[in-house]
Design a protein around this ligand. Structure first.
Ligand code: GCB
Length: 590
């Protein structure tokens, strides 16, 4: 610990991070958000990068706001002199010299809010900060959040000050072997407060979870509160009815025998839902549908689904991980033009608007957490981190009819430690949300050409990532693999594709040409459709995306497997080829 009287002690303290590892901000701190009034903290924040971690070492967060002229001893941090950056934003896109900066950075701003007298609480909600974030209010440490793509909450109430509050957030995008994702991944490591930041005031007892879903006996509703209170919650679904939900020790469940019109991609019917408990009131727009598996089929509202999918990264040439409603609507328009009915939101939770817009527009979604490649499967804390991200995602999107699949991982080698880790995640997801299907993108056994991954028995839908025609020559391997395997549940090709440099033309045999990509997509879809148990394909992917792993002349820092270029406009030949292949081989099965 630093002695406040010794100005040099921090120079020798390499344990400077230790006091700031706890408390953790987790899914346990989350409240149910839809329908709440919030106060936005988006806009300009003071900002600096902090490669040497001086912010924690010297405790910048404990400094007062005195101007430099009034200082008696020098400091290395002068809040007022920092440059400002807009939030939400990725620093990696805000200045050329920050493009490849990986490390800690500080955001700071002030806001007015008086201390609470009436038992209400003021919470900070951060939509996402990549990859970890520490929150400080008026010099007090409020907690640490791990994971760059899910929302988190910090209770600011105990530290509020009349006359102005200073909020500081250290955001750190250092890649780490024990994080989720770990240090090696095929997308760009953007840093920053890249989603909305807001304040929300809640009464002393508030609704922390509201989960509605269609079951055999009607609509099941779960309510959870922030305290172990007894009482009654009132449910009101416009057009269906009103009901009381008895709440005991902060938990309530009811099944109401109502028959909603079903939500489906063709008729994305949404209902206005309101729930009140005491002084708290929340609302949501919810679609009701059933998603199941039956043998090797995926069944939506009793009918088998043909999944015509593409994967999408949340990446933009100009804004990085930041997205917007027009960007998301464009994504769905492009998917519809391809004849797709489902998107895989790779490889981490995307902006919460995506599932809301998908609900409205009738697009199906696979959502996942970044349990990607060589995660530290034998590390308990890594598991805890992954499980927490999974719960934060499930709690955020549990009422989104568009989300049919929770993905628990991508391309992880079949070891004992990985099996235990991912089986645990699959079971946790199922227990938390029994209304959806659990999937993972598995690897294939290249020696036997069979689907042999031991994780598959814990999944509802087996995803296969395979790149025959690209990383492996020819398509015979895929034919062999599909012929050799006899899965008892649905299989989807969760990734396949080929890179194409926009405008590069040549023979199909030439890598990186648009012709080659078109050939690969055509053949892949055709072969996949010939296997009785393949319920769909998720082509890798909609748009080209930034990845520093890709450095050939055709790539220069971009993964070029998009059927549309990084401008999100220019369609490659693969676009039409895929549209034709889907229309021909994956017709709706009705
Ligand atoms: C994969 C990964 C994906 C990569 C892709 C590729 O299998 O799951 O994240 O970007 O291949 O382009 O190689």
């Amino acid at each position: 610990m630093i002695d406040a009287h010794d100005p040099f002690e921090h120079l020798h303290d390499e344990a400077f991070e230790a006091p700031f590892m706890k408390p953790r901000l987790t899914a346990e701190d989350a409240i149910f958000m839809p329908g709440r009034e919030t106060r936005s903290l988006n806009g300009d924040w003071c900002f600096t990068i902090d490669p040497m971690r001086e912010g924690l070492r010297q405790r910048w967060f404990a400094n007062d706001d005195q101007p430099v002229e009034a200082w008696l001893i020098p400091r290395d941090y002068d809040n007022g002199a920092w440059q400002t950056v807009p939030v939400p934003g990725c620093w990696t896109m805000q200045r050329d010299e920050w493009r490849h900066y990986e490390g800690a950075a500080w955001y700071s701003r002030s806001f007015d809010a008086d201390p609470r007298q009436d038992g209400s609480r003021l919470l900070l909600r951060v939509g996402a900060a990549n990859e970890r974030a520490r929150v400080f209010l008026n010099g007090a440490f409020c907690g640490l959040h791990l994971g760059g793509s899910t929302p988190f909450f910090a209770d600011l109430t105990p530290h509020l000050r009349a006359g102005g509050n200073r909020l500081m957030i250290e955001v750190d995008n250092t890649r780490r072997a024990d994080a989720v994702p770990m240090n090696h991944f095929d997308w760009f490591n953007h840093g920053g407060l890249h989603r909305d930041v807001e304040l929300v005031q809640v009464p002393a007892v508030c609704i922390t979870r509201l989960f509605l879903r269609l079951t055999e006996s009607g609509i099941a509703v779960d309510v959870a509160l922030s305290a172990g209170t007894d009482g009654t919650a009132q449910l009101d679904i416009l057009g269906l009815g009103q009901a009381d939900i008895p709440v005991r020790a902060g938990q309530g469940t009811a099944v109401v025998d109502w028959s909603p019109e079903l939500w489906s991609p063709r008729t994305p019917r949404l209902y206005d839902v309101a729930v009140r408990f005491g002084a708290d009131h929340v609302t949501d727009r919810v679609g009701f549908r059933r998603i199941e598996r039956n043998g090797t089929e995926v069944i939506l509202n009793g009918r088998p689904l043909a999944l015509r999918g593409l994967c999408v990264h949340e990446d933009d040439r100009d804004t990085g991980r930041c997205t917007s409603e027009p960007d998301i609507r464009q994504r769905f328009a492009d998917l519809r033009a391809l004849g797709a009915n489902v998107a895989r939101l790779s490889h981490y939770p995307h902006h919460e608007m995506v599932a809301r817009i998908a609900d409205e527009e009738g697009m199906l979604l696979w959502e996942e957490i970044p349990v990607y490649w060589a995660i530290a499967f034998d590390n308990e804390q890594t598991y805890e981190n992954a499980r927490n991200q999974l719960f934060e995602l499930i709690h955020r999107d549990a009422n989104r009819a568009s989300v049919i699949l929770w993905g628990v991982g991508n391309e992880n080698a079949d070891t004992e430690a990985r099996l235990a880790f991912m089986r645990g995640l699959a079971q946790a997801a199922r227990a938390e949300d029994p209304s959806r299907l659990i999937a993972a993108a598995c690897l294939i056994n290249r020696a036997t050409f069979r689907i042999e991954d031991r994780l598959t028995e814990h999944l509802d839908v087996i995803g296969l990532n395979e790149y025959f025609g690209w990383y492996e020559t020819g398509f015979e391997g895929l034919e062999r693999l599909l012929a050799n395997s006899t899965p008892d549940r649905p299989v989807v090709i969760s990734e396949t594709g080929a890179e194409a440099a926009t405008g590069l033309h040549g023979p199909e045999s030439q890598l990186f040409t648009e012709e080659r990509q078109a050939l690969v997509l055509t053949r892949q879809v055709e072969i996949a459709a010939s296997a009785r148990y393949v319920a769909g394909v998720f082509v890798w992917l909609l748009y080209d995306f930034r990845s520093d792993r890709r450095q050939t002349a055709h790539q220069r820092g971009w993964n070029r497997k998009g059927v549309i270029a990084e401008d999100k406009t220019t369609r490659k030949l693969g676009f039409d080829a895929l549209t034709r292949a889907y229309a021909q081989h994956f017709k709706d099965k009705e």
